[in-house]
Ligand binder design. Structure first.
Ligand SMILES: [Zn+2]
Length: 646
């Protein structure tokens, strides 16, 4: 069989005009699903004798299905018009339903399971192995009643997941405060929040409000009120949704013969078993304990200067007092720091830094040509050695109905000779000055985007882009954060309104200040990880009560009465029992970073080796092997432990 794709140059996706989204989404989405079904029907009716030819057709089917799923899930979270988002949600459901159907298709499974793999190259062999594993994990080899029930459960899970996410997205809460309660807030923030006719100012639970407010607002009661609202987003609606979602997952894992959802989920990750998650959480908890208590004592002592009778400190005060400690004891004033980070300069700086590091160029695409779903979106073609290898879209400011967090979304997964990778950053940054934390977040998310594009030149869509085990995917992003903490890197773009470059001693102080709190941050992360694991292995009648217990065991900060953060903890859906992956990836990120020369982060040699041996490989090999190939040895906890002790 000849490869009919190599003759044409792979290209980027042509997006519709402003008014054409609804039709385009329906038409293209439908066409991709029909194409998927047609390819699979052909494969079942008349499978080629050659194993590779079968896998190629399967690859085309997976590509078409992925195309529908990627654009649908992106558009459902970002399009400004509710009816387009709703249409996209419907397409997400259709694509996932088809995916579920294929995974349970016994005839299709038979075609693939019967292949003679003896003549296949290593990549094709891996595709086949992974595909058959996916099929077994879908339950294709179970009896008919079990398969039917698994299909029902998958459909329920999709609906529950959408409801969960929608409840968070659409439940923006707010407080109304008097202008004098804004003391401490940055001037540009105050100007962007005019006083209403009734003399009050609205402060919402969206990130550009809640993050600066809990960091800077002097008024402790107003802070507590806003943080409490923030921690009750989507309560009580999502509590019931979560109970149903966990029940669906429990039954799903049990039907497939796994003791828990965590065991089922971990099987395809670096960590391999649910029990290993528990061990990992305990290991990090022990490693970080002393440091966490030491830093917390500093916070509490500072709080007592304002409130002498305070016996403990909770998260309504932690961010504010951590900021005060950083300012007073480490000479870092976040409001001074942010004057060096105007949004436009940061965005350009990020592109310059990463372009230099990875040998890439980002060429701005005019809005009229790129089109996209909103005028805030900035589009760039990615070129390497003069050749276009992909396209990125940066959608970085908040608006109504848009995804509330920061994440990278696939628009198109790259397939060599067929389609170029396209990725989208969806964030919620203010338009003026950025907090340094936000700069770090931007570098982090951009790490996923670079991985998606560089890993997007694959023959097999199964391995395209961010296609490694899921507990590895944060590592490249967490490592890229290091560049946002380096004085020489920041000096390339961080200038204030007078054109002054951010001083190196300020960056050094920022790093020192950042190190303050890393112990208790690790413990907070372990609390989240324990929550995500625990609710997936035990039936939990009262989620808030269990959250309280786990918080007492793992976090060093006490629970705030009448809050229910599980309801807006989006990762309970997306990461399931695997929230530990953030910390697991960090352990590996610190190890990866140990290969770089800290005195010259622009040195391209190590960066290119990392680009080629880790990022560009996508999912072609196990993550542990990619890391070992880059480091020249297996990964260890040493660099992480050393960093924690620093
Ligand atoms: Zn990430």
């Amino acid at each position: 069989m000849t490869d009919h794709h190599t003759a044409t140059e792979p290209t980027v996706l042509a997006l519709p005009d402003r008014s054409g989204w609804l039709g385009w989404l329906a038409e293209r989405g439908e066409a991709q699903l029909v194409e998927t079904s047609r390819l699979v029907d052909d494969l079942k009716a008349e499978p080629p004798a050659d194993a590779r030819a079968v896998l190629r057709i399967w690859n085309e089917a997976q590509t078409a299905l992925g195309n529908a799923a990627s654009m649908a899930s992106l558009i459902s979270e970002v399009h400004p018009e509710p009816e387009v988002r709703e249409r996209a949600e419907k397409l997400v459901q259709d694509a996932q339903k088809l995916d579920t159907d294929l995974g349970l298709d016994t005839q299709l499974y038979a075609v693939l399971a019967d292949l003679d793999a003896s003549g296949l190259d290593p990549d094709a062999t891996r595709v086949l192995e992974r595909t058959l594993r996916d099929f077994r994990r879908s339950g294709v080899d179970r009896d008919e009643a079990t398969r039917a029930r698994l299909r029902e459960l998958s459909e329920q899970a999709i609906l529950l997941s959408q409801e969960f996410s929608k409840n968070i997205r659409e439940d923006v809460r707010s407080i109304r405060v008097r202008p004098e309660q804004l003391v401490g807030m940055p001037q540009d923030w105050i100007e962007a929040h005019p006083v209403g006719d009734d003399g009050l100012v609205t402060v919402t639970t969206d990130y550009p409000d809640v993050i600066p407010f809990r960091t800077f607002a002097h008024d402790a009661a107003a802070r507590r009120e806003l943080v409490t609202r923030f921690l009750t987003i989507a309560w009580p609606a999502n509590d019931a949704v979560l109970q149903q979602l966990f029940a669906v997952r429990r039954e799903h894992a049990a039907l497939l013969g796994y003791a828990t959802w965590a065991d089922y989920d971990a099987e395809v990750k670096m960590i391999r078993t649910g029990g290993a998650i528990e061990q990992f959480i305990d290991r990090i908890t022990a490693l970080s304990g002393e440091r966490a208590e030491r830093d917390k004592a500093v916070l509490l002592e500072r709080l007592r200067q304002d409130r002498p009778d305070a016996t403990d400190i909770d998260t309504a005060d932690v961010t504010y007092y951590a900021e005060l400690v950083r300012k007073e004891q480490h000479a870092v004033d976040a409001q001074l720091v942010r004057t060096y980070f105007p949004f436009e300069a940061v965005r350009q700086g990020l592109l310059d830094v990463t372009g230099r590091l990875f040998g890439l160029e980002w060429q701005a695409v005019a809005r009229a040509e790129a089109r996209t779903w909103h005028e805030d979106v900035a589009t760039y073609d990615v070129t390497r050695d003069g050749e276009r290898i992909g396209r990125i879209h940066l959608d970085l400011h908040p608006r109504d109905g848009k995804y509330k967090h920061a994440a990278q979304f696939d628009l198109v997964r790259g397939v060599r000779g067929v389609q170029l990778p396209e990725g989208v950053l969806v964030c919620n940054f203010a338009r003026g000055l950025m907090e340094h934390d936000e700069v770090v977040t931007l570098f982090h998310e951009f790490g996923h985007l670079v991985h998606h594009v560089l890993g997007g030149e694959q023959e097999w869509v199964r391995f395209s882009g961010v296609a490694t085990e899921w507990d590895f995917v944060e590592a490249p992003s967490q490592m890229l954060e290091e560049w946002a903490w380096d004085a020489a890197v920041l000096a390339a773009f961080a200038h204030d309104a007078a054109g002054e470059t951010i001083p190196a001693d300020l960056v050094a102080a920022m790093r020192e200040a950042q190190d303050f709190g890393k112990g208790y941050d690790a413990r907070t992360q372990m609390f989240y990880a324990a929550l995500s694991y625990d609710v997936h292995i035990h039936q939990t009648p009262n989620l808030t009560a269990r959250l309280r217990e786990l918080m007492a065991r793992y976090s060093v900060f006490p629970y705030i009465e009448d809050t229910h953060m599980q309801c807006a903890f989006g990762h309970l859906d997306g990461y399931g029992s695997a929230y530990y992956t953030y910390m697991w990836s960090l352990v590996i990120a610190k190890d990866l970073f140990s290969a770089f020369d800290r005195t010259d982060l622009f040195d391209p040699e190590v960066a290119r080796r990392y680009r080629d041996r880790v990022l560009a490989q996508g999912g072609r090999r196990d993550a542990a092997d990619l890391v070992a190939d880059f480091l020249g040895r297996p990964y260890t906890f040493d660099a992480y432990a050393a960093w924690l002790a620093e």
